[in-house]
Design a protein around this ligand. Structure first.
Ligand SMILES: Nc1nc2c(ncn2[C@@H]2O[C@H](COP(=O)(O)OP(=O)(O)O)[C@@H](O)[C@H]2O)c(=O)[nH]1
Ligand SMILES: [Mg+2]
Length: 373
């Protein structure tokens, strides 16, 4: 039996099983099996490229700047027009569907950060199962730091379809990953360490681990109220979590009454814009910047003044290790210690190691083993 047939057989079994307290874990295991088979199927069809977004599965775009943002939406909602108004790019726009056939990059300079924005071909319902260029578009989204879901003000029902298509290829928008740590060990079987109340029982957790190929391993659950689905997502490792913004375009065509009805129907925060007339484009830039949650780090060469003009831009939560990696590939190897002046330390000039977390506006000196910089 091939993988698609196996998936079908399990789905049939799930269909026949009544959902209640007694069958909850049985269904959970079937779900876990499907998750694993789907991952195998993706790896078979696309090699590793589906998860990396590179090669034949994605589009040939090089990541650049401090972060990458992708525009996801149906054809003709105004993605290309939006890219052109946010950046210096000139992406082809048109009144007919599928004007954009590849990924078109643009760069947005904002608050000292460089944000790469990618205009992509439109996706439609069924994109995740291969309709149009959908699968390639969605695999680029997997690698972004932020997804902009672009809607036409007259077609806001698209939002649910976009979310569903992203979900199908393993992207969850706006959710934080559950606080669960899965580690492989070489011996000792599977050990389960539950540190927060959850209804998922230990035996079930062990079974999900086994289905996913863990014969020895340790799982630590710190997420309160962890659900069966979340557990399967984490252990199967094929779900990623990306922040997103909903953008509603073409508001030049509506009045304030209509905007009110859009607000109540959508029932999620969104940024109303007009890419054509540049309305709220500055606001959108600010929202993108805020959502990316950058922090600024001022580098201070040893014994010299800090550079307050061109801070290093890093995602929040970065460590000294991450900064070393951004500066130079040998920096981690040569690292001796770092010194910090700022809110992340108790006193000015405190010495810290590679795993120290920096915060916004820290001043940082890195001292190398051989030559100090
Ligand atoms: N009225 C209005 N039309 C827009 C706006 N943005 C885009 N359009 C038009 O919508 C059509 C599709 O735009 P395009 O950017 O090519 O959409 P894409 O397929 O999502 O890239 C073009 O005719 C645009 O001129 C807008 O803010 N207001
Ligand atoms: Mg386009």
């Amino acid at each position: 039996m091939g993988i698609p047939e196996k998936i079908k057989a399990i789905q049939d079994e799930m269909h026949k099983t009544q959902i209640n307290k007694a069958t909850e874990f049985h269904i959970g295991l079937l779900k876990a099996k499907i998750a694993k088979l789907k991952r195998e199927l993706d790896e078979n069809t696309h090699g590793k490229t589906v998860s990396t977004g590179g090669g034949s599965a994605g589009f040939d775009v090089r990541k650049a700047g401090d972060a990458t943002v992708v525009l996801i939406g149906f054809p003709s909602v105004g993605k290309s027009t939006l890219l052109n108004s946010l950046t210096n790019a000139k992406s082809k726009t048109g009144a007919y569907s599928f004007t954009t056939l590849t990924a078109v990059p643009g760069m947005l300079d904002y608050n000292g950060s460089q944000i790469q924005i990618l205009d992509l071909p439109g996706i439609i319902e069924g994109a995740s199962s291969g309709k149009g260029l959908g699968k390639r578009v969605l695999s680029v989204a997997r690698n972004a730091n932020l997804v902009l879901m672009v809607l036409d003000v007259f077609q806001i029902h698209h939002l649910e379809i976009l979310k569903k298509e992203l979900f199908e290829i393993g992207v969850k928008v706006n959710e934080k990953p559950p606080d669960v740590i899965v580690e492989k060990t070489s011996t000792g079987g599977i050990s389960v360490n539950i540190q927060a109340p959850t209804e998922v029982d230990e035996n079930f957790i062990k079974n999900v681990m086994r289905i996913n190929g863990y014969h020895n391993g340790r799982i630590t659950i710190r997420e309160k109220g962890l659900t069966v689905d979340q557990l399967i997502d984490v252990v199967s490792g094929n779900r990623i979590y990306i922040p997103s913004l909903v953008v509603v375009n073409k508001i030049d065509l509506i009045d304030s009454e209509y905007l009110k009805s859009v607000t109540s129907k959508l029932n999620v925060p969104f940024v109303p814009v007009s890419a054509d007339t540049d309305k709220n484009i500055e606001l959108l830039k600010q929202e993108i910047y805020n959502k990316l949650d950058f922090i600024r780090i001022y580098m201070k060469p040893k014994g010299k003044e800090a550079d307050y003009v061109e801070p290093l831009i890093m995602p929040r939560g970065s460590t000294v290790y991450n900064i070393c990696g951004k500066i130079h590939r040998n920096m981690v190897r040569d690292f001796k210690f770092a010194q910090i002046w700022g809110k992340s330390v108790k006193f000015a000039g405190q010495k810290v190691g590679l795993d120290h977390k920096v915060v916004d506006e820290d001043v940082l000196t890195i001292v190398r083993r051989i030559n100090a910089i």
